[in-house]
Design a protein around this ligand. Sequence first.
Ligand code: AMP
Length: 165
Amino acid sequence: MAIVYLSLGSNLEDRVGYIQQATSLLGGTDGVTIVRTSAFYESEPVEMNSENWFVNAVVEAKTTLPPQHLLEQCQRIERQLGRKSKSGDYQDRTIDIDILLYGKEVIDTDTLTVPHNKMHQRAFALVPLLELIPDTLHPKLQKTMSDLHEELANPEIILLYGTRG
Ligand code: AMP
């Protein structure tokens, strides 16, 4: 059994609805139990040519699935919720599910990099993690989520959902 942290993001259509549906489908997946969920946030798009802000959240779950199987289940749910394309440049998406952390494991294969290779650079991943596990060490960088958040040089704007003017 591993504790995992999954980042959920949506910047198309019913963004909150997609995050809620993805959480519910994850919780209904054999071998996955949702423990708790962060608040919902809104973040400006980064590294993509879009005006559509994201809704983001992080889910803490327990799983008996090995990392690659968990990734496959995340991708199944992405397809089920109408995610069109996974490759190429960043596009608007109904749902994106990324594995941020899988226990303390460090994984580097063709299909899976854990901890997620950009999590330490992204406020939309770190801010929800600050709520859930501020003092947990990033297994590769050996810094806490709080430290990584403080070190963000040029963070994108991230607001608690519902507080964007
Ligand atoms: P994205 O468009 O951000 O969802 O990235 C999709 C690709 O990233 C997939 O083909 C995955 O195989 C790969 N990938 C590598 N590491 C991860 C991870 N930690 N979580 C999710 N996808 C990952």
